[in-house]
Design a protein around this ligand. Structure first.
Ligand SMILES: Nc1ncnc2c1ncn2[C@@H]1O[C@H](COP(=O)(O)OP(=O)(O)OP(=O)(O)O)[C@@H](O)[C@H]1O
Ligand SMILES: [Mg+2]
Length: 419
C-alpha cells in the first residue's frame, strides 16, 4: 500500500470527496463520493450547515467505497479568490559538509514567507519557482546538492481570512481536519495539463456551475488567476426563465437535448413537459432551447477571450487554451464553437481514470495527484482490504493480496465453524 490522500472539492453545484493512493508511481483511485450542495454560491461558502451536510454525505460514500475512515482532507480554494505574491528567501546551508538537506529547503521557504500581508488576508501556501545554489539558478530540487548559500524564488498564495476560515470551519464541523488548502488551478493543472503546455504558456479555463476560473501558466508556474462569476447555471436559469419552466426541467432539457449552436438543430423538434402550474403540458421547441444556449455560450466565450486578452497573455499562449470543469464540456458541439472563438488551439481536458472520467472531477483528482506527487498523506483508518483496490494494484501485489485474502477467508471460515 502506498501513500494515501483524501481531497475535498467544494464546488458551487456539488461537493466531491476522493480517496487516492500512489503505489509504486501508479495513481489509483480508491473511493469517490459526491453530494449536491446548495451552501456554496459562486465558489464561496455562504451556508456552513448545508455545506457540512454535503461534505458528510460525500465522505460517507467515499468511505464506503474504499472501506476506510477519513480523518483529514486537502481542500480547494478557487484560484481567482487568491492573490500571488512573488518573494525571495535566502539562508546559509546548515550542515558542515555543506550538503543541502530537506530541512534547509523548509528553512528557505519559511524565509520567503516573511512578507507583510494585509490584516484581512493570510498566506495559505508557498510554491517554489526555482532554487538558486551559490548563484546557480533554475534548480527544481536542491536536496543532496552542495552549496553555501541557498536562495528560493517563490510564489506566496494569499487569500481572504474569511474565505479560508469558512472552508476550515465547514471541514471541521464535518468532523475532519484540514491537511492543507490548495489553489484549485495548480491542482487541476496536474491532471489536465502536461509539463510542456505549462512551460510554453497555456490558459486553463475551468467552467463550473457558477464560476469560470481563468488561470495562466508560463515557464511551469501559475502566473495569473482570475475568477468570473459565470457558469453553466446561467444557461439553466436562462432556459427556465425564458421558457417559464422549473429549473429542474430546464437542467434535464439542457442535458438531454442541449446543443451549442442553433444551426445544429436540423428539424425543429418539439417536446412536451408539464406546466409549472401543474395543469396540462407545455410544448418546447428544441430550436428555441438551442438559441438560448448559444446566446449564453457566446457571452461566456466572449468574456473568457476578453479576460485572457486583458491579462496580456493572449498572443503568447504557445500551447493555447485548455477547457475543463462540468460547465461547458458536456454540451454537444461546444468543441467546434469554442475553437471558432479563439485563433489559438483549444482542447478540452478531463481526468482519464475509470469512474472519474468527467471534468466535474478535475479539481478533486488534481488535488489528490498534486499532493501525492509531493509524497504527502492524509490521515485515515483502514477498516479492511477492499475488493476495488485489488483491481488497481500491480500483478505481483495482486497475487500477494489474493493470498492474504484467501488466508483471511480461511481463518474466518475456520472460526465460523465454532460459532
Ligand atoms: N451531462 C451533463 N450535461 C450538461 N451539463 C452538465 C452535465 N453534467 C454536469 N453538467 C453541468 O456541469 C456543472 C457543474 O460543473 P462542475 O462540477 O465543474 O461545477 P462546480 O465545481 O460544482 O462549480 P464551480 O466550479 O462553479 O464552483 C453544472 O452546471 C451542471 O449543469
Ligand atoms: Mg469547480
Amino acid at each position: 500500500m502506498g501513500n494515501i490522500v483524501v481531497s475535498l472539492d467544494i464546488g458551487s453545484s456539488k461537493v466531491c470527496v476522493l480517496i487516492a493512493e500512489m503505489n509504486k508511481k501508479q495513481f489509483n483511485i480508491l473511493g469517490v463520493g459526491t453530494s449536491e450542495c446548495k451552501g456554496v454560491k459562486k465558489g464561496i461558502i455562504v451556508d456552513i450547515d448545508t455545506t457540512v451536510e454535503a461534505i458528510t454525505n460525500a465522505v460517507k460514500q467515499a468511505e464506503q467505497m474504499a472501506n476506510m475512515n477519513i480523518k483529514s482532507v486537502y481542500v480547494n480554494i478557487i484560484g481567482g479568490y487568491t492573490t500571488l505574491y512573488k518573494n525571495k528567501g535566502v539562508i546559509a546551508v546548515s550542515r558542515e559538509d555543506k550538503e543541502i538537506t530537506q530541512d534547509d529547503v523548509k528553512r528557505v521557504l519559511q524565509a520567503a514567507k516573511v512578507v507583510a500581508v494585509p490584516a484581512d488576508k493570510e498566506i495559505i501556501d508557498i510554491i517554489p519557482e526555482q532554487f538558486i545554489v551559490d548563484g546557480y539558478s533554475e534548480i527544481k530540487d536542491p536536496v543532496g546538492m552542495v552549496g553555501v548559500r541557498l536562495e528560493v524564488d517563490a510564489n506566496l498564495i494569499v487569500a481572504s481570512c474569511t474565505t479560508v476560515q469558512n472552508i476550515i470551519r465547514s471541514v471541521q464541523k464535518a468532523g475532519l481536519t484540514v491537511d492543507g488548502i490548495i489553489v484549485e488551478p495548480i491542482a487541476t493543472s496536474t491532471v489536465i495539463l502536461n509539463d510542456d503546455e505549462k512551460e510554453l504558456g497555456v490558459a486553463l479555463i475551468d467552467v463550473g456551475a457558477e464560476t469560470t476560473d481563468i488561470s495562466i501558466f508560463k515557464k511551469g508556474s501559475l502566473c495569473y488567476s482570475k475568477v468570473i462569476p459565470v457558469g453553466e447555471n446561467h444557461i439553466t436559469n436562462d432556459i427556465s426563465i425564458i421558457l417559464k419552466i422549473s429549473s429542474a426541467d430546464a437542467e434535464k432539457i439542457k442535458r438531454q437535448y442541449g446543443v451549442a449552436q442553433a444551426s445544429m438543430i436540423k428539424n425543429d423538434d418539439i417536446i412536451k413537459i408539464n406546466n409549472l402550474a401543474g395543469k396540462g403540458q407545455k410544448e418546447i421547441h428544441l430550436l428555441e432551447v438551442a438559441e438560448i444556449i448559444e446566446a449564453r455560450l457566446s457571452e461566456i466565450l466572449y468574456i473568457i477571450r476578453n479576460e485572457i486578452d486583458k491579462s496580456g497573455a493572449l498572443n503568447s499562449l504557445a500551447a493555447g487554451i485548455v477547457i475543463t470543469g462540468g460547465g461547458l464540456f458536456n454540451i454537444k458541439g461546444i468543441q467546434d464553437m469554442a475553437q471558432s472563438y479563439f485563433d489559438i488551439p483549444v482542447r478540452f481536458g478531463y481526468p482519464n481514470f475509470i469512474g472519474v472520467a468527467n471534468p466535474i472531477y478535475a479539481a478533486a483528482v488534481g488535488m489528490a495527484m498534486y499532493e501525492l506527487k509531493q509524497k504527502k498523506t492524509s490521515s485515515i483508518d483502514y477498516q479492511s482490504m477492499h475488493a476495488e483496490k485489488e483491481i488497481a494494484v500491480t500483478e505481483e501485489e495482486d497475487y500477494e493480496e489474493k493470498e492474504k485474502h484467501s488466508i483471511f477467508t480461511k481463518i474466518k471460515e475456520f472460526l465460523a465453524d465454532f460459532f
